[in-house]
Design a protein around this ligand. Structure first.
Ligand SMILES: [Zn+2]
Ligand SMILES: [Zn+2]
Length: 496
């Protein structure tokens, strides 16, 4: 559009405004004391306009000039309020500041008082009140809509959640063991083995959820085991059991399925025969794989088992002090030192059973010391740590033979503990110089060729060594390694 065209348009608009008919405005009473202004739109019929003015006409004494019945009866106010606007000139609204608009005489009296000039004193004019009411209604409507949408969304998510849970719980159907089996970490290996034991000893029952196993879980740490379970599921070695509590599941913001690892029950993928074979293969991989990654995994296994051993001795000592002597456990301030002391003893070559013996003797000595020195129970429970250390050092220095003490009746061990010990023992046997020296199937480093890769030799008697047949334990006086491993995977119940 050009400049000229725009100018012409502006001019035409001005012309139109000039010729547009104007509303008729009258104030009552006429003159400077006016309290009401009546505005009648130009298109109103002249008799209706006249009725409006008469209706609102007010005398200077503050009375209506005409009564409603004089004007035509009760239909008049409605006709008037539809045909014109009336405002009280001296009654500004607290909200909009404009003179308050009123619909009829009775509203005018309510808003402006008998003389129609009473200020609103903080109140809003009828149209502002109406607007506020409309706003409130609109907000309520929106809120209602929002609730409705939220309810619909909740119903949608609830249906989706049910659908996803069903899918997740039935996912195991048709699942097969991965081939080849994945390489899994030390914790996962022990957890898988302990779970397999459960399945083989109680066929047809689900593997319990972590929370059902209690504080010890599989390896003594529910948090550590929860992570292992997630990895095992990721490797498709285990799956959710259908008996899992459906309240363990939830949806995240993006409709993804979340689950509470502590509440899920599990099942192992594949049948019992395949489970036995996969456990044996996974354990064999831990023992025989060659290379830095495999070495690292064996170290992780050893420290995991050591941690369980330490916990067991700590538990033994705490139990003695609490149950037998009534002192209470070793105080918190000395627990790190206690752990270190037990680690030191195990590192010096003492077995957990021998460490229990040291703990027993230390508690006994601490009790005697307490009596002689009139010490408190807390002091005795603290002193036991120092005594334990000196007993280990003495025995080491003087090369005393230390017997092995079994766990006490009140002690519980995590199910994976015995599996871990057996596996660590087998790892140690396989890398022992003596076993390597005696074996004719491997080189000086204990390595052999397994297929295309170098692997650690299990040093099994060559004539009987075969993956399919299991050597009879009696032949060498002690159970052969493979037989020991197989027994582990066939064990009945997780406890030892
Ligand atoms: Zn207002
Ligand atoms: Zn060998």
């Amino acid at each position: 559009m050009g400049k000229r065209e725009r100018r012409r348009r502006r001019q035409r608009a001005k012309e139109a405004a000039r010729h547009r008919p104007k509303p008729i405005v009258r104030d009552f009473p006429e003159g400077p004391s006016a309290v009401i202004r009546v505005v009648v739109p130009p298109e109103a019929a002249s008799d209706l306009a006249e009725l409006c003015f008469r209706y609102w006409e007010r005398t200077s004494t503050g009375r209506w000039a005409y009564s409603v019945s004089e004007l035509g009866g009760h239909a008049v106010p409605r006709a008037v309020s539809g045909a014109c606007a009336a405002v009280l000139l001296n009654v500004p609204c607290s909200t909009c500041g404009e003179p308050a608009e009123v619909a009829n005489r009775s509203e005018a009296a309510v808003v402006g008082g008998p003389m129609l000039d009473d200020p609103l004193r903080g109140r809003a004019c009828p149209s502002c009140k109406r607007a506020a009411r409309e706003r409130r209604d609109e907000e309520q409507r929106l809120e209602q809509e929002r609730r409705q949408r939220a309810a619909e969304e909740a119903a949608r998510r609830s249906a989706l959640l049910e659908q996803k849970i069903t899918l997740a719980l039935t996912q195991h159907r048709g699942m097969r063991l991965p081939d080849p089996l994945p390489r899994i970490d030390a914790v996962s290996t022990l957890v898988y083995e302990a779970m397999a034991c459960h399945v083989l000893s109680q066929p047809g029952t689900p593997v319990p959820a972590l929370k059902e196993l209690g504080d010890l879980a599989w390896t003594g740490s529910p948090a550590q085991d929860g992570e292992a379970l997630m990895r095992l599921r990721g490797h498709r070695l285990i799956a959710f059991d259908e008996s899992s509590d459906r309240s363990c599941f939830a949806l995240d913001e993006d409709d993804g399925l979340l689950y509470n690892i502590h509440g899920i029950r599990w099942r192992l993928v594949a049948d019992e025969g395949q489970i036995k074979a996969s456990v044996a293969a996974l354990l064999n991989a831990v023992v025989t794989e060659h290379g830095p990654t495999a070495d690292q995994r064996r170290r992780a296994l050893a420290s995991l088992v050591e941690a369980m051993d330490i916990d067991e001795v700590v538990d033994y000592l705490d139990g003695l002090l609490t149950v037998e002597y009534g002192y209470g456990p070793v105080p918190q301030s000395r627990r790190t030192e206690l752990h270190e002391t037990i680690r030191h003893g195990l590192g010096a070559g003492y077995t957990p059973g021998q460490m229990n013996c040291f703990a027993w003797r230390a508690a006994d000595t601490a009790a005697g010391w307490k009596e002689r020195h009139q010490a408190s129970e807390g002091q005795a429970a603290s002193a036991v740590v120092t005594i334990l250390r000196s007993k280990i050092d003495d025995a080491q220095e003087r090369r005393w033979a230390i017997p092995e003490y079994d766990r006490r009746y009140w002690q519980q061990s995590p199910p994976a503990h015995s599996h871990g010990r057996a596996l660590v023992a087998e790892v140690r046997r396989v890398i022992s110089e003596e076993a390597i020296r005696r074996c004719s199937a491997c080189d000086g480093e204990g390595l052999t060729d397994a297929g295309t890769e170098r692997a650690l030799c299990r040093h099994l008697p060559t004539s009987r060594y075969s993956r399919k047949s299991i050597p009879t334990p009696e032949v060498r006086g002690t159970p052969s390694a493979e037989a020991a491993m197989t027994r582990q995977s066939e064990c009945i119940g997780p406890s030892v």
